[in-house]
Design a protein around this ligand. Structure first.
Ligand SMILES: [Fe+2]
Length: 297
C-alpha cells in the first residue's frame, strides 16, 4: 500500500471556544475557509485545511487522515484492505466536499481507531499569514505525527507495518506504570514509531487505552524561536505544560507538550529527524529524551 503521509486530523470537542483560542492564539494556526460556528477548520500550510475540530458531546479523535497519491492508489489500498478482511466504506459526496478531497475510504485499525485514506485534497493558494510569523514544516512529510492508543500492540503493529506499509523506525519499552490501561500486565510494554515517509515518525503506537482515542499530535515548526515563542504563549495563556522543553532521542525533536482541550496533548517541536527509508534500520531506544521533557503529573 502506497500511503504517503499523515494528511489531516479530525477531532470532536466539548469546548470549541477553548480550541479556537488554543489553536489560533497559542499554536499560531490559521482559521480556514469553511469554518462555521460548529466546526473549526485550521490551516498550517497550503492545504485547504489540516485539522478539523467539530463541536460535539465528547472529546475524541474522529479520524486520522492518510494521504495517497491518486485514485489508482486509493483503489489499490481499498482492495488490499478488503483482501485482508478489513471493512472499508467509500465516502459519499457530502463527505468528499466537506473534506475537500476527491476520493476517500473510511476504516478502523484493529483496535478501533478511526482512519480515513484519501487523495486529491484541495489547496488554498492565499498566503497563510500566521499570526506570529511562525511557519510549520509539512510538505512531503505531512501534517506531523499522531500517537494512537492500541491496547493490542502486536496486532496494531502488524496492521500498520505489513498492511498499510509504514516503516518501523524504532521501539521503546515502557514500564507497567506508564501503561495503566494495558490489556494485560507485563514486565514491559513496547511502544512503536513508524512512518510512510522520511519524517522519523508520522505515527506512534501507545500500548494502552485512552478515552479520547488520541495520546497526542505533533506539529513541527521551522525554527527554535517559533517553539520558544509558542512556549511563552502557552504559559501566558495559563495552559498547563504537560512536558517541559526537551530533545527526543528518536526523532531528535526539540519540543514541549501542552494539555490541549479534551484530555490529550499537543507536541510543539522543531528540528525533527529526516531519515532515508532505503537505509534505515529499526532500533530500540532506551530513553525517550536526551535532556528535558519532564512530565508534570
Ligand atoms: Fe510526539
Amino acid at each position: 500500500m502506497d500511503i504517503r503521509a499523515l494528511g489531516y486530523l479530525r477531532l470532536e470537542t466539548t469546548d470549541l471556544d477553548a480550541w479556537r483560542r488554543y489553536a489560533l492564539d497559542v499554536l499560531g494556526m490559521v482559521q480556514a475557509t469553511g469554518t462555521t460556528d460548529d466546526t473549526l477548520l485550521l490551516r498550517v500550510d497550503d492545504r485547504a485545511y489540516r485539522i478539523a475540530i467539530q463541536a460535539g458531546d465528547s472529546d475524541r479523535l474522529l479520524a486520522a487522515g492518510w494521504e495517497v497519491a491518486n485514485a489508482a492508489a486509493l483503489t489499490e489500498a481499498a482492495a488490499e484492505l478488503e483482501a485482508a478482511g478489513v471493512a472499508v466504506k467509500s465516502a459519499d459526496d457530502a463527505e468528499l466536499a466537506e473534506r475537500r478531497v476527491q476520493g476517500l475510504i473510511h476504516l478502523t485499525d484493529p483496535c478501533g481507531n478511526p482512519l480515513e485514506i484519501y487523495w486529491g485534497q484541495a489547496q488554498d493558494h492565499t498566503p497563510l499569514g500566521t499570526p506570529y510569523g511562525n511557519r510549520f514544516v509539512t510538505g512531503d512529510l505531512g501534517l506531523g505525527h499522531v500517537v494512537l492508543p492500541v491496547p493490542d500492540i502486536e496486532t496494531a503493529l502488524d496492521f500498520y507495518e505489513n498492511l498499510l506499509g509504514f516503516q518501523l523506525r524504532d521501539s521503546m519499552k515502557l514500564p507497567p506504570q506508564a501503561v495503566p490501561t494495558a490489556a494485560e500486565q507485563r514486565d514491559f510494554h513496547w511502544m512503536h514509531f513508524l512512518s510512510p515517509n522520511s519524517r522519523h515518525h508520522s505515527l506512534g503506537l501507545y500500548p494502552g487505552a485512552l478515552p479520547p482515542g488520541i495520546v497526542h499530535f505533533m506539529v513541527e515548526l521551522e525554527t527554535l524561536d517559533d517553539v520558544g515563542r509558542g512556549l511563552d504563549r502557552t504559559k501566558a495563556a495559563g495552559i498547563p505544560i504537560a512536558s517541559s522543553l526537551g530533545r527526543h532521542t528518536n526523532d531528535r525533536m526539540v519540543s514541549f507538550y501542552a494539555q490541549a482541550p479534551g484530555g490529550f496533548q499537543v507536541e510543539y517541536g522543531w528540528d525533527g529527524l529526516i531519515v532515508d527509508p532505503a537505509t534505515w534500520v529499526a532500533k530500540e531506544i532506551t530513553a525517550d529524551s536526551f535532556w528535558g521533557h519532564q512530565w508534570n503529573g
